[in-house]
Design a protein. Structure first.
Length: 353
């Protein structure tokens, strides 16, 4: 259960306060000239300490590839990589060695394994996503060059970006600390996160992801549908609470006459409520989906809880934590999507002569 993918796979290792994170990618095709700068760029987008509204843990998140690449090209053997942890402060977690933080994985990991690494959450830490970004950024290079994967923060709490993605310049997403490409909305979001952070509190929201120029035919019937594979990947992200694609839950309010995407003579569709997916297979239109994230469970304020012996205790978060996961989750969503797409794209290559 530590492996992502069907044909192209990623198996990961590492804990938040261990020596390093890393992974092994199997079935990566030989002959790809790797753009290492693009891989590191995506890791830099995810790393902590980027702005005042995210955790101030300082990590370079430098990836080192240890196998499967020779003279800058993939050679068809498993690709191994590591990313060292450089800035752990384990003493910040000594107070929860025997106490369970509300809405964290502390209790459930103890129940499952009988013990847990309490330092930063161990394997349940969102720092695990550094592996996914590294692998996804590499897998992205397998896809056709014109495939564009763009995610952005579409809401923070009750603050929504009201403009549809077609009216936004998604190339400007990274120009704001909150990674919302609408400047006016971004300003409100940043102000809200700062207000919440000052209270020692946290806040959630949603991320929209848009995939352009994906060829038709990507996705597998019956249990490998494109939307299902994307949903599985996204719902494995720490703090993810929901997934919808195309018309999503709004589609449940519509009639078939309203919802059907009628064809044009070039096989495009007049509308795209299907979200670029029909029968679990891409149809050549934009694929778009939204992921909902809960507020971060660690609060820098006292909360009632229990310890391993069932005694009532007070826990309070210490150290460096995100008040809102959304800005750093944008590259996680993008690169996880890239890994899923690369996996299904390679499978599709086998489907007919």
């Amino acid at each position: 259960m530590f492996t992502l993918g069907n044909f192209l796979t990623l198996s990961t290792f590492g804990e938040s306060h261990g020596l390093a994170y890393g992974g092994i990618i199997t079935n990566f095709p030989a002959g790809l000239e790797v753009d290492f700068e693009k891989v590191q760029y995506q890791l830099d987008r995810r790393k902590p300490g980027q702005s005042a509204i995210v955790t101030q843990r300082k990590e370079s998140d430098t990836v080192v590839f240890q196998s499967g690449i020779f003279d800058g090209k993939t050679i068809g053997t498993p690709i191994g990589f590591i990313i060292k942890n450089e800035n752990q402060k384990s003493r910040d977690y000594s107070h929860i060695a025997d106490a369970y933080r509300p809405s964290h994985a502390d209790f459930t990991y103890d129940q499952k394994f009988g013990l847990r690494d309490y330092r930063g959450g161990g394997k349940s830490s969102a720092r695990e996503t550094v592996n996914w970004v590294a692998a996804g950024a590499l897998a992205r290079q397998v896809l056709p060059a014109d495939v564009e994967i763009s995610a952005y923060v579409s809401s923070v709490g009750e603050i929504f970006c009201e403009k549809p993605y077609q009216d936004l310049d998604l190339s400007k997403t990274d120009e704001s600390d909150v990674r919302c490409p609408d400047p006016a909305t971004a300003e409100k979001m940043i102000a809200k996160i700062k207000e919440i952070k000052k209270e020692g509190n946290t806040i959630g929201g949603t991320i929209m992801c848009v995939i352009k120029n994906l060829p038709a035919g990507i996705g597998e019937p019956v249990f490998g549908k494109l939307q299902a594979e994307l949903a599985k990947a996204m719902l494995n992200i720490n703090a993810a609470k929901g997934f919808e694609y195309g018309s999503g839950f709004c589609g449940a309010k519509m009639t078939g006459k309203e919802h059907n995407d009628l064809f044009n003579i070039d096989f495009s569709t007049k509308t795209n409520l299907s979200g670029g997916i029909q029968g679990g297979i891409s149809n050549g239109m934009d694929v778009y989906f939204r992921v909902a994230f809960k507020p971060v469970a660690t609060l820098l304020r006292p909360q009632e809880s229990v310890d391993r012996d069932g005694n009532m205790v007070i826990v309070e978060g210490k150290g460096r934590h995100d008040a809102c996961v959304l800005p750093r989750a944008v590259p996680i969503v993008e690169n996880l999507a890239a890994f899923v797409l690369a996996d299904l794209y390679l499978i599709n290559k086998l489907r007919r002569l």
